[in-house]
Design a protein around this ligand. Structure first.
Ligand code: ADP
Ligand code: MG
Length: 235
């Protein structure tokens, strides 16, 4: 059954529609990659899913429940985690404090230990202020914050964009193991080939629409997808 179901989603920031009718399904424990050129509407889709887009039509369902009109915090309580494209952390707080301030966490202490086991580099520097972290470390911290509530669905908006090439593979394997543990992942990525390689299914957006969608291996082998959308990162 779909954990996240997006149906006829339209909307934007003002009067102009940026999303022009998006339909997508994310199954339990699956990774769905959403690729597409800059400006295709991928981040706007992420915002609509988590409740940060000012105007939406259509439906977002989480485990069958319609959450389209719910506030962002309520959606988070219902199991949606979100890591925005520009990592959102509190620079004046330490790493561990950034985790402690996440609301609605059961057994926060135990959960912080679990999250640190996923991000040993953060654990080592847990008393460092977030403002002193590199872009990649900040991204990891934003990701760690999103996992604190044990979300059913995580929306990751270009999680590898700020990473050095050496850390990209590490990030993809972290995402794969999160899914293997049963978390469903909506993965927005420019590195479409690498993302599809760990995904069950993929969708390619263009002009606020899903232009192509299907099993990840089919998209990887599709000539039109390769020619038009998968070219930028060759690996
Ligand atoms: N805060 C905003 N206000 C108005 N327009 C925006 C805003 N953010 C993005 N847009 C516009 O929405 C379109 C899609 O952007 P975005 O969803 O960020 O694309 P992508 O993430 O695929 O690169 C672009 O034309 C962009 O200019
Ligand atoms: Mg974007």
């Amino acid at each position: 059954m779909s954990v996240l179901s997006i149906e006829g989603l339209k909307g934007g920031y003002g009067e102009v529609d940026i999303l022009n009718g998006v339909d997508l399904e994310l199954e339990a424990g699956e990774i769905l990659t959403v690729a597409g050129t800059n400006g295709a509407g991928k981040s706007t889709l992420a915002k609509a899913v988590v409740g940060l887009l000012p105007r939406v039509e259509g439906n977002v369902r989480l485990g069958g429940r319609d959450v389209t009109r719910l506030a962002t915090e309520k959606r988070a309580q219902n199991g949606i985690g979100y890591v925005p494209q520009v990592a959102n952390v509190f620079p004046s707080l330490t790493i561990v404090e950034n985790l402690e301030v996440v609301q609605g966490v059961r057994d926060a202490k135990a959960r912080i230990a679990e999250v640190f086991s996923l991000f040993p580099a953060l654990a080592e520097r847990k008393r460092a202020r977030a403002g002193r972290l590199s872009g990649g470390e900040r991204q990891q911290l934003a990701y760690a914050r999103a996992l604190m509530t044990r979300p059913r669905v995580v929306v990751l908006d270009e999680p590898t964009a700020a990473l050095s090439p050496a850390l990209v593979a590490d990030s993809f394997s972290r995402i794969a193991s999160l899914a293997a543990d049963g978390t469903s992942i909506l993965l927005i990525e420019q590195r479409a080939r690498q993302a599809l390689a760990i995904s069950n299914r993929g969708a390619i957006m263009d002009g606020g629409r899903v232009e192509m969608a299907g099993p990840a291996n089919e998209l990887l082998n599709d000539e039109k997808a390769a020619a038009l959308y998968l070219g930028r990162y060759s690996t």
